[in-house]
Design a protein around this ligand. Structure first.
Ligand code: TYM
Length: 334
């Protein structure tokens, strides 16, 4: 375990995880778990950068853990934990804030989008959000970060901060690499296929949850926005169809060409029906395992308790080094 390379990734418990989270992130985490020493985190401190109902946040956090495990992430092999349980994340974040420039944070597209959406809710944490994300990653001397396309810019910032700190204070952090899969790194909204599928979308028809009934999946796919061209083709001019082909291909293992050939001369009706079935079947084992896991809260508590212990041991080593290099006097215990 010790000589394996390290992975860190996480998802926010800010709502229900979607098919986008599953395809863009969780499925890849599962695929990488044997080869790497993986830390998979539930980033609750990131979630509170937008207002959360406290009781929902507690519930969602536990449900995200169950979704990780239900997707096939083995809690014996990986470290699964809740971000707020390891205080080194916020502590390192403070230090990294001191080397982050306002200019680079101003350029973060996710911040720009969020600030456009809700001027009223703009808070300072939303602005420094990517610095906390960099702390998450850098604390564990991470080699690889499997994420969807939308996190690429945040990862670039983490790399820049690691390099900057290393230059200023001597070699301290590993500079992490992104891992972004070719197919499925950006699953789009079913209602506006030029926008990414998001768990915070107000329109429930725009996304499919990881845990959703077969009927609801079928209904949403049927209503998915396509176009009037009427040909099942993987093309930028047909973003709705392209998105469904991506989902179909990722969950069925069939290539894009195979799918195009299968539906040549057929309309969108059959194609959509089949896409819905591929999703229903793809998510069925996840849903079944998830429902079982939720019946056993004690088990979930044990997993996140053990995870926090393991994560803390690794995190504290990096944090101590950082504090020392910056010139903070180490605490004396009497
Ligand atoms: P979050 O919670 O928005 O999403 C979790 C993961 O799912 C991916 N993802 C998608 N992939 C494909 N298509 C989509 N429509 C889609 N929507 C989401 C995301 O890219 C992500 O990999 N800031 C992060 C959480 C985070 C983090 C970290 C990630 C905090 N610290 C450290 C990696 C490392 C976020 O908001 O992800």
């Amino acid at each position: 375990m010790e000589d394996k390379k390290i992975i860190f990734s996480g998802a926010q418990p800010s709502g229900k995880l979607t098919l986008g989270n599953y395809i863009g992130a969780l499925k890849n985490w599962v695929a990488l778990q044997d080869e790497y020493n993986c830390y998979y985190c539930i980033v609750d401190l990131h979630a509170i950068t937008v207002p959360q109902e406290p009781k929902d946040l507690r519930k969602n956090s536990l449900e995200v853990l169950a979704k990780y495990i239900a997707s096939g992430i083995d809690p014996e092999k990986n470290t699964l934990f809740i971000q707020s349980h390891v205080s080194a994340h916020t502590e390192l974040s403070w230090v990294l804030n001191t080397i982050s420039s306002m200019g680079e944070l101003n350029r973060m597209t996710q911040f720009k989008e969020k600030s456009k959406k809700s001027e009223a809710n703009l808070n300072a944490a939303l602005y420094t959000y990517p610095v906390l994300m960099a702390s998450d990653i850098l604390l564990y001397q991470t080699d690889l970060v499997p994420v969807g396309e939308d996190q690429k810019q945040h990862l670039e910032l983490a790399r820049n901060l690691a390099q900057r700190f290393n230059t200023r204070y001597s070699e301290t952090f590993k500079v992490p690499e992104p891992y972004i899969a070719k197919v499925g790194a950006r699953i789009m909204s079913l209602q506006e296929p030029t926008k990414k599928m998001s768990k915070s979308d107000e329109n429930e028809n725009a996304y499919i949850g990881m845990i959703e009934t077969a009927d609801s999946i079928r209904r949403k796919v049927k209503r998915a926005v396509t176009d009037s061209i009427g040909i099942v083709k993987y093309s930028d001019e047909q973003p709705g169809v392209k998105n469904l082909i991506n989902i179909y291909s990722n969950l069925s293992g069939k290539s894009i060409e195979e799918i195009e050939n299968m539906y040549e001369g057929k309309g969108y009706g059959v194609f959509k029906d089949d896409t819905a079935e591929v999703i229903v079947e793809g998510l069925r084992p996840v849903r079944e395992k998830y429902e079982d896991l939720l019946k056993n809260k004690d088990y979930l508590e044990t997993i996140y308790a053990q995870g926090a212990d393991k994560a803390e041991r690794a995190a504290i080593k990096t944090l101590r080094k950082v504090y020392k290099k910056v010139g903070l006097i180490p605490r004396k215990f009497i």
